[in-house]
Structures are given as structure tokens and as C-alpha cells.
Design a protein around this ligand. Structure first.
Ligand SMILES: CC(C)(COP(=O)(O)OP(=O)(O)OC[C@H]1O[C@@H](n2cnc3c(N)ncnc32)[C@H](O)[C@@H]1OP(=O)(O)O)[C@@H](O)C(=O)NCCC(=O)NCCS
Length: 180
């Protein structure tokens, strides 16, 4: 059976994958804000902020990529190399990946990932790592499809500090005009 062609919703059909520039940062940040929401992806939501992207960009700008459609950022793959002292292993870490909802399932993430993988290989990475929320079904389907596996579980725990005695003490101190 012939596979149905998905309608191409890109404005001119040409989506460019290129290295991220500093002036892409606000668009990348806004796109991430739309994708990593507190309801859908709480762990990613918590750590997505402008400083995080800037730091990553400054530490390894070559491995920060964007997909551009008619001057607009419609996707990103932000990664970095990790090396351990006294170890022969070099890792390529895919930290953030996202594609604008209107252009999902058009192969953009695959193209971003392919380019990033090539960059990691050029830098002699031997393993590529990625992590995401356990119930992020879209990302897991994508990653499993593109060759990731050997899944291990990692548990995030949290503790509410609002009713910690030190927090209560601090708040009471403020109320009584004592500031430490
Ligand atoms: C995960 C994500 C990046 C995938 O982007 P995408 O551009 O839609 O992915 P692609 O079109 O390149 O998909 C390549 C293949 O992966 C698989 N795949 C991707 N998304 C899938 C989904 N939602 N369900 C099932 N399979 C999926 C398919 O096999 C697909 O090929 P096909 O469309 O020819 O069947 C995108 O859904 C996204 O931005 N999600 C929100 C942000 C996020 O969770 N990021 C990852 C954590 S950092």
C-alpha cells in the first residue's frame, strides 16, 4: 500500500537545520515554554529557563541546533559533550529536544537528531545519552524509533520546605522585622 504523504505545513517546504545563534535564544525559550508545560511535562517544566539555555549554549554552542522555517525557529536540539577525567568514554548528551506542534511528525526532530549525532561522532563520543519523563509518550516513541534503548529508571523525589521549622522560623523572623 502506498504511504499517504503528510501535508507539509511548513511555509515554503524548506526547513533548515543549522547551528543556534545567540539571537535565536528568545525564540527557543518561548517554544520550550509552549512544549514543557507544568501539566504535561512537570520535570522538564521545572528546569527549563533562559539561564539553562544560555549556559548550555555558552558551554558548547556547536552542539546546539535549531530548525528554521522562513526565519522562525520551529525546533531545537540542544546537547553537550561530557568527558570524565581518566576515562576513555566520551558521552554526547541530548539535553533538550522540541518541535513546534504544528510541524510534528514531519521528520524535523529526526533531522535535528541526525545532525547532532554526527557532531558527537566527529568529537569521538562513544555513547549518546538522553532522559525524559516516564509518561512522555511522544518523546519515548521518537527515541525508541531512532535507536535509543537500554532504558534504566531514575526517580525524582521532592520535599515541600514551606512547613520546615527553619522556613517557619524565617517567616516569623521577617514578620517581626528581623531579616537575616
Ligand atoms: C518528541 C518530539 C521532539 C518528536 O518530534 P517530531 O519532529 O514530531 O518527530 P519526527 O517527525 O522526526 O519523528 C520521527 C519518527 O519518530 C516516531 N515518532 C515521533 N513522534 C511520535 C509519536 N508522537 N508517536 C509515535 N511515534 C512517534 C515516528 O516513528 C516518526 O516517524 P513517522 O512520523 O514517519 O512515523 C516532539 O513530539 C516534541 O517536541 N515533543 C514535546 C517536547 C519533548 O517532549 N521533548 C523531548 C524531551 S527533551
Amino acid at each position: 500500500m502506498k504511504r499517504k504523504q503528510r501535508p507539509n505545513k511548513a511555509s515554503n517546504g524548506i526547513i533548515d537545520i543549522r547551528q543556534m545563534q545567540l539571537n535565536d535564544l528568545p525564540q527557543v525559550f518561548r517554544l520550550g515554554q509552549r512544549l514543557f508545560t507544568a501539566e504535561k511535562l512537570p520535570t522538564l517544566y521545572r528546569s527549563w529557563d533562559e539561564h539553562e539555555i544560555l549556559e548550555l549554549f555558552q558551554s558548547d554552542e556547536e552542539t546546539c541546533l535549531v530548525a528554521e522555517d522562513d526565519g522562525k525557529v520551529v525546533g531545537f536540539a540542544l546537547g553537550c559533550m561530557m568527558e570524565k577525567p581518566r576515562s576513555a568514554w566520551r558521552y554526547g548528551w541530548l539535553e533538550w529536544l522540541g518541535v513546534t506542534p504544528r510541524l510534528k511528525r514531519h521528520g524535523i526532530a529526526r533531522r535535528l537528531l541526525n545532525q547532532l549525532t554526527q557532531l558527537f561522532i566527529d568529537r569521538e563520543a562513544r555513547i549518546m545519552l538522553v532522559d525524559t519523563d516516564e509518561d512522555n509518550t511522544d518523546a519515548l516513541a521518537f527515541l525508541r524509533k531512532t535507536g535509543f534503548g537500554q532504558e534504566t529508571r531514575h526517580v525524582y523525589l521532592s520535599r515541600n520546605l514551606d512547613d520546615h521549622p527553619k522556613s517557619v522560623e524565617r517567616k516569623n523572623g521577617h514578620r517581626n522585622g528581623k531579616v537575616h
